[in-house]
Design a protein around this ligand. Structure first.
Ligand SMILES: *Cc1c(COP(=O)(O)O)cnc(C)c1O
Length: 409
């Protein structure tokens, strides 16, 4: 799949406008009149989200890189205080090492290629690896050249299907009994051991973490010894037009309580692996309307581009119309979007609420697309071009607990 992506930073534009002033999406659209999808990165928002997690989570925050591996995103999170990165492939490990030489990288995919384990261990100083089977544990011990004293093994526990928007229980994870067996095997050879789980993505219920930590307690009771790491995974939710989740502090409180109940020694570390909650508000997408038929808008990006979550998963996103002359009427009409490819599945039902006079040639800014947006683009049907610019706008929706993410942040 060819993946041509032209990248322009805003620097030249920033200079040509006014060097000390903020740059906003509307300015860039009017100056550049983009005719390919344009990603608008909000570095200040990303830094603020990182600071919120690092200061508020009662442990260590690892960023789940798959959510958005853009180097500018990684750097903004680093600037906000994130030092640990959850990678799932050799490519992600190399990317983080190249972008942030001092980052601490953890390999959190339960099934890894042998070459990827070797490369991570030997070239990129990765010490912690996730397993959910004895076969994977043997593979890691073999490929790390039998120097297990420095090795960290984290056992991924399977969870029952929960209330997350994206269920992640189908593919990975050991049962309670298997996890106990794996901890015993790992304790015999690794320098440190731990337990992890993932409640599913966009999980708006703090008690999902309480239940998962109660299951963790069952594993620890069977194992009979403390562990060094408890990793509560990702899944922290953000706002979309149809949901405002409980404040982030409610999730941190449920996790702190559940962790305290495990009765582990003070040396046990608590980790989390947020993806979506750190980056979703930090990027929007500007698309252009190339055609209109009734309440159907044909736009220049779709489910094979940055809008796959708007397709079958039927996420709704905040959006607003941008017109070259700056005029606008109230947004009160629901629209359906169609992407640019010839596939009839390239359709997004929304509804997306925009002014009734939206027409060909107008642009639409679609928000909360920093997570699982740009990172899922394909070049299908020749729609392989996009731009990325950096802007100073606030996020299009605020998520409770993240505080103001204004320009000054
Ligand atoms: C995808 C993933 C995450 C991030 O999940 P979010 O729902 O985006 O927070 C964290 N950990 C693991 C193991 C993952 O696969």
């Amino acid at each position: 799949m060819s993946h041509i992506r032209s990248r322009f930073t805003i620097a030249p534009l920033r200079r040509s406008l006014q060097s000390h002033h903020s740059v906003f999406v509307d300015d860039v659209v009017r100056a550049r009149r983009p005719d390919v999808p344009m990603h608008c990165l909000r570095p200040a928002t990303l830094r603020a989200a990182a600071r919120t997690f690092v200061a508020g989570f009662p442990g260590t925050t690892l960023y789940a890189v798959k959510c958005n591996p853009d180097a500018a995103v990684l750097r903004a999170l680093w600037d906000g205080g994130v030092r640990h990165f959850d990678c799932a492939s050799a490519g992600e490990v190399a990317l983080v090492r190249r972008t942030l030489p001092r980052a601490q990288i953890h390999f959190m995919h339960p099934i890894k290629a042998r070459g990827a384990i070797r490369e991570a261990w030997e070239r990129h100083d990765v010490r912690d690896f996730v397993v959910d089977s004895a076969a994977e544990l043997s593979k890691i011990i073999e490929e790390t050249r039998h120097r297990p004293g420095r090795l960290g093994i984290v056992v991924r526990l399977a969870l029952p299907k929960g209330g997350a928007r994206y269920d992640l229980s189908g593919k990975f994870g050991a049962s309670v009994d298997e996890a106990i067996g794996l901890l015993r095997m790992a304790a015999a050879c690794a320098g440190r051991i731990g337990l992890s789980f993932h409640v599913g993505s966009q999980c708006a219920d703090p008690s999902a973490w309480s239940r998962a930590l109660a299951l963790t307690a069952d594993v620890l009771a069977g194992f009979g010894q403390p562990v060094d790491i408890i990793d509560v995974g990702g899944g922290f939710p953000v706002s979309y037009p149809d949901i405002t989740p409980p404040p982030l502090t409610a999730f941190f409180a449920a996790i702190a309580t559940g962790f305290a109940r495990l009765g582990l020694p003070a040396t046990t570390q608590l980790w989390c692996e947020p993806g979506r909650a750190l980056v979703a508000p930090g990027q929007s997408l500007v698309v252009r309307i190339d055609g209109r038929r009734g309440d159907h808008l044909f736009i220049n990006d779709g489910i094979y581009g940055s809008l796959s979550d708007a397709g079958i998963p039927a996420f709704r996103f905040p959006c607003r119309l941008i017109r070259a002359d700056g005029t606008s009427i109230a947004a009160d009409q629901p629209f359906v979007f169609f992407g640019p490819t010839c596939d009839s599945a390239d359709r997004m039902d929304g509804p997306f609420v925009l002014p009734a006079d939206a027409q060909e040639g107008d642009w639409i800014e679609i928000g909360q697309l920093g997570a699982y947006g740009a990172s899922l683009r394909t070049g299908f049907n020749g729609f392989d071009q996009s731009l990325t610019v950096e802007v100073d706008d606030s996020p299009m929706l605020s998520t409770p607990g993240f505080g103001p993410m204004a320009i000054a942040a």
